[in-house]
Design a protein around this ligand. Structure first.
Ligand code: SF4
Length: 360
């Protein structure tokens, strides 16, 4: 094992020296920047996260600036990236760092791990890359490389699998240079040892790889269960009156918390407009508004999230008088709506509307 370990370390690091992508967060050892990049990349591809990272760091260059910023502004900078709890947690964690550590980013694994939104993987990445501490990362790329390299078919989404791979990764770590080693194995998983059937002929580990020899690459890693996908039915009302519209900040423990959206009626199953009109929510929403006129055809779309599919319809209506029933919502001049942080779904609706206006 010791020999395999040495071969693995030297080949991985040599391969990384010539193949690693040049990325802005790799040119720094600033723990704050590494943290921001890791959180952005948790659920986002590098190509999509790249510009977000640059904009975010430019506006919030350190913990203090992030902690002092209003949450709405942080959310605005996150808009379009999805999984908004990441931004909320980062904002809360920045305030926590100011309070507990005097705005200096914590420099040991336990303190980093104690920050909101930081799990074992992120803590190990920051601890090893920024501070050179010996903690192995285990993300999807590492699971893939290790399960194939050693031919391990223990499902990676079980407690047993998680324990097994975390111990294996830790035992292989290059203790003299854990940050470089961690980045190298993740990069190999991202660029070379990719999901499905990959090209092993160029891989620096092909002669010691069990899956490559046994032709089981496409079968590894093994996953036990699939998540069930739930459908939700959202009916938005884009109500305008005298150049104003109304937005509501989402609250509670649901998707898109703290983002703004148009008044929403959610139904347990698909419903057409006649059925929506019969709901109590509809009556409350349009109570005392006078005549309601449809301005446009409803815009419908299917928006896919990790565990849900949102079937959305946007109804654009104009009402005669300022609805008292909307007094608990935020009135916004129609021209200012773009300044509010909204979900990707609402952003898609805005893009559709803009395109439509251009063609009219
Ligand atoms: S030889 Fe193929 S399966 Fe094995 S680590 Fe390399 S790319 Fe992955």
């Amino acid at each position: 094992m010791e020999e395999v370990n040495e071969i693995l370390i030297s080949r991985l690091e040599q391969w990384y020296a010539t193949h690693a992508r040049e990325l802005p967060w790799r040119a720094t050892r600033d723990a704050y920047c590494i943290w921001v990049s890791e959180i952005i990349l948790q659920q986002t591809r590098v190509a999509q996260g790249y510009d977000y990272y640059l904009r975010f760091i430019e506006r919030f260059p350190n913990v203090k600036e992030l902690a002092m910023a209003p949450e709405d502004e942080v959310m605005k900078y996150w808009q379009g990236l999805g999984y908004y709890s990441r931004a909320r947690n980062m904002h809360a964690a920045a305030k926590d760092i100011v309070l507990r550590f005097g705005a200096a980013f914590p420099s040991n694994f336990e303190d980093i791990r104690s920050l909101k939104g930081v799990g074992d993987y992120t803590a190990a990445a920051i601890a090893s890359i920024a501070f050179g501490l010996p903690h192995a990362v285990v993300d999807g790329n590492v699971y893939r490389v290790l399960s194939r390299l050693f031919g391990v078919d223990i499902p990676i989404d079980t407690p047993q699998g998680k324990r097994y791979f975390s111990q294996l990764a830790q035992s292989l770590l290059h203790r003299d240079n854990p940050g470089l080693y961690n980045q190298a194995i993740m990069e190999l998983g991202a660029l070379q040892c990719t999901p499905g059937a990959c090209d092993c002929s160029d891989c620096p580990l092909s002669d010691i790889c069990v899956a490559c020899a046994s032709r089981t690459v496409a079968q590894l890693p093994v996953k036990q269960g699939k998540v069930s996908i739930k459908s939700r039915y959202f009916h938005y009302f884009v109500i305008s009156c005298g150049g104003f519209t109304w937005l509501k900040k989402r609250e509670g423990k649901d998707i898109w918390r703290n983002l703004y959206e148009y008044p929403l009626i959610e139904t347990p199953e698909e419903a057409d407009f006649i059925e929506i009109q019969r709901t109590e929510e509809y009556r409350k929403l349009f109570d005392g508004v006078g005549k309601i006129a449809f301005v446009d055809q409803p815009y419908t779309c299917r928006h896919v999230l990790t565990h849900r599919v949102i079937h959305a319809t946007f109804y654009t209506v104009e009402v005669e008088s300022f609805p008292a029933s909307l007094s608990h919502l935020t009135p916004v001049a129609v021209a200012d709506v773009e300044q509010f942080a909204v979900s990707r779904l609402t952003e898609l609706y805005h893009q559709y509307r803009e395109k439509k206006l251009l063609h009219e």
